[in-house]
Design a protein around this ligand. Structure first.
Ligand code: FE2
Ligand code: FE2
Length: 369
């Protein structure tokens, strides 16, 4: 019989690794097993469990794809493009790439803080149907913990945030990291974040405004926050795949990267870890979609209606203006770097010829005209 119930220990259980990867004396999570294959951390049972739960949905004829992944991929095509980035690196411009990889690491760490904001709760009391033996039933019993640990590390093993820093250091030859690389970011850290990253003031204000309104006031607030967060995190996870493709392409090129093999291998390993995040979030939301929620007054609300709404909201929130802001932020860093470069004008011309660039503010536009 297919196993559908797992203890917390089983969800968090690890493979026996024969090869672990290290960077500057510290150990990275995951590793190779005796067969030489990479296995993500805490994946001895986690991958099979998610597959088993998803299979139940498939057999019952439910839709597994709950968000338009293709659209997210298209919306989040990476800027600067692979060719634009290689042009910068081949001309010795490492500063903006250093900043980009640093922020990718910072955002991975935000993931863990965001997850910690979701308190454990009895989800069953909010569902008409049983959630026994589902992904939903394991969300607060290992899955979110495993996810947070993947993003920010656990014990003495480094997670994705530090893995991106390691990739940066090796591929770019240990660039100097300065505090300003963590400041004025176009996105805000989640509440509870204790690192040194700081959002631009305008961004912090926007975030506070977002928390106050409930989309489904008839539902328990924590249930709404949890389901909304799962949809938002799934969107962020999907949106990371164009970043992996871009990083693989750039960092595997020996003309652009000082560590073409190690760095691109690490990106592939991070992506393998992220596949688990996508699959469990998608499964839990698809299970919710296939069920009925119980409102505060005891009335019933369609899980599909709630999940579809949260997915739509997440797509809106992370596509469009927010993404434009991040791209403009990166372009500003690139133009700042080229302003200091003796051959900056020529490189910027070639950079623009290689593909579209985000719109700069008026001042910059006039200056670069
Ligand atoms: Fe991650
Ligand atoms: Fe992730």
């Amino acid at each position: 019989m297919t196993k559908l119930n797992y203890t917390r220990e089983e969800i968090l259980a690890q493979h026996e690794y024969t090869t672990k990867f290290t960077h500057k004396g510290e150990t990275l999570h995951g590793g190779l097993t005796a067969d030489g294959l990479y296995c993500p951390p805490r994946s001895l049972n986690r991958i099979d469990a998610i597959e088993n739960w998803t299979d139940v949905l498939r057999k019952e004829g439910h839709d597994i794809e709950i968000m338009d992944r293709e659209k997210i991929n298209k919306d989040h095509e990476f800027f600067p493009s692979v060719e634009q980035t290689k042009l910068l690196l081949k001309n010795g411009c490492k500063d903006s790439m250093t900043r980009i990889l640093t922020i990718i690491g910072v955002v991975e760490g935000f993931g863990n803080d965001g997850i910690k904001l979701l308190p454990a709760m009895d989800l069953q009391k909010h569902f008409v149907e049983s959630i026994e033996g589902t992904c939903l039933a394991h969300i607060h019993d290992g899955l979110l913990t495993a996810h947070g640990n993947d993003e920010a590390g656990f014990g003495d093993e480094l997670g994705h945030d530090s893995m991106w820093y390691a990739i940066r250091d090796r591929a770019l030859g240990n660039p100097t990291i300065t505090d300003d690389m963590f400041e004025n970011l176009p996105l805000a850290p989640p509440p509870g974040y204790k690192g040194k990253a700081k959002a631009a003031k305008s961004v912090q204000k926007m975030q506070i405004g977002n928390i106050t309104k409930q989309t489904f006031p008839q539902l328990d607030l924590m249930l709404e926050l949890t389901l909304g967060a799962l949809a938002r995190i799934l969107n962020i996870e999907y949106a990371a795949y164009p970043t992996f493709r871009w990083a693989q392409n750039v960092l595997s090129d020996p003309d652009a990267s000082a560590s073409p093999q190690w760095a691109s291998k690490m990106v592939a390993y991070i992506q393998a870890d992220e596949d688990i995040h996508v699959n469990y979030l998608r499964c839990a939301l698809a299970e919710t979609k296939a069920r009925t929620l119980i409102a505060r007054d005891g009335s019933h609300v369609s899980g599909a209606e709630v999940v579809d709404k949260f997915c739509e909201m997440a797509m809106e929130e992370f596509g469009g203006p927010r993404r434009d802001k991040m791209m403009a932020f990166r372009f500003k860093q690139i133009t700042n770097e080229l302003d200091q470069h003796p051959d900056g004008e020529r490189i910027l011309r070639e950079f623009k010829a290689l593909g579209p660039v985000p719109e700069l503010d008026k001042e910059k536009r006039a200056a670069s005209a």
